[in-house]
Design a protein around this ligand. Structure first.
Ligand code: 3EB
Length: 330
């Protein structure tokens, strides 16, 4: 057996309440297809995106304890020995728009991190109702980017930490913007993908303010190394490639493999590979594409890597699928 990994992530076919009732080392239980406003416990993270693969699962995060939980303004948090998880759900009806809500979410996130023993964001997930609604710069995703950039600029100036991230669209009828994160006592190592333009350097055409994230963050806790993979789509350079789900998912996996190779180049050691150990989340815009996406991934990623398929929109309307996940380094 290798060294223990700091964050143990599994998909389990049990009700969330079972797990919340037991595990003293549980940092989070993600339940798919429920509004984030329904959280019953700081460790309970309902996610609006429905699971579209059969065999409903919850995603469970476990880490070394003691684990304690609490609330700071809108943030529910759970703190383990080395890592913290926090989540925030803002009812959009209480804000003029998504820009203001994302600004508040990120302000609260910075406040929280400043008071936490785990100062460093390692990965941030953003689920945005109606992400592709609105024209041009009024598109929800772009407004979200503007609010995020404003909050980060106020807290950090022009050198904000840019951990890995995912930004996916929930149904437009979902009432809440959700942001959740993993944070640690030490910063992670951010890795960029040589096949892709760095997101914060995207040209103006994609958003008035660039998305602020790195393509992946390597989290190290003692001997444990885990690659937190950002939402990865069929973007090469800065442009969308392919107009069908099969080719897009192949390109996305090519991007993830390129990122893993870049991590190995920077850090040395053995290169982790998709299929070794870890989990994959696959976001699917159109459920009709599920069979083709699933079959394609089945051909290129060994079955040993558990994966879950979620129905969600991708931040550019020409993107049909995106993957993210956690890959444990050997
Ligand atoms: C892309 O490559 C896809 O705005 O936080 C992926 C991951 C994407 C994170 C974000 C956006 C974000 O540009 C979009």
């Amino acid at each position: 057996m290798g060294t223990p990994i700091a964050l143990d992530v599994r998909y389990e076919q049990r009700p969330a309440s079972d797990i919340l009732g037991n595990g003293s080392d549980v940092l989070a239980v993600f339940e798919f297809g429920r509004s984030p406003l329904d959280a019953v416990d700081p460790r309970h993270v309902p996610v609006a995106l429905p699971q579209i693969s059969e065999k409903a699962v919850v995603e469970v995060w476990r880490a070394a304890g003691p684990v304690e939980s609490g609330k700071l303004k809108h943030i529910n948090f759970v703190r383990g020995l080395d890592l913290s998880m926090g989540h925030i759900a803002l009812n959009l009806a209480e804000f003029p728009g998504i820009r203001e809500a994302s600004y508040v979410a990120y302000r609260e996130l910075q406040d929280f991190l400043g008071r936490s023993p785990h100062h460093w964001p390692l990965k941030i997930w953003n689920y945005i109702p109606g992400i592709n609604e609105g024209e041009g710069d009024q598109e929800c995703y772009r407004e979200f980017c503007v609010g995020r950039a404003k909050a980060l600029a106020e807290a950090y100036g022009d050198q904000p930490p840019m951990p890995a991230a995912t930004a996916i669209g929930a149904d437009a009828a979902e009432p809440a913007l959700q942001v959740y994160f993993l944070a640690g006592a030490l910063p992670g190592l951010n890795v960029e993908n040589p096949r892709q333009v760095n997101a914060w350097q995207y040209p103006r055409q994609y958003s008035p303010r660039s998305p602020l994230f790195s393509r992946g963050t390597i989290m190290q806790v003692e001997q444990s190394r885990q690659f937190l993979i950002s939402g990865t789509a069929s973007v090469v350079g800065h442009e969308t490639h392919h107009d069908n789900a099969r080719d897009q998912v192949i390109e996305s996996v090519r991007n993830v493999n390129s990122l893993l190779a870049e991590g190995k180049r920077l850090l040395g050691g053995d290169q982790p590979s998709l299929g070794d150990s870890g989990v994959l989340r696959v976001y699917v815009r159109t459920p009709e594409d599920l069979p083709s996406i699933r079959a394609t991934l089945g051909e290129i990623i060994p079955d040993e890597m558990p994966r879950v398929y979620l129905h969600g929109d991708i931040c550019r309307s020409d993107l049909l699928t995106e993957v993210d996940g956690i890959v444990n380094c050997p």
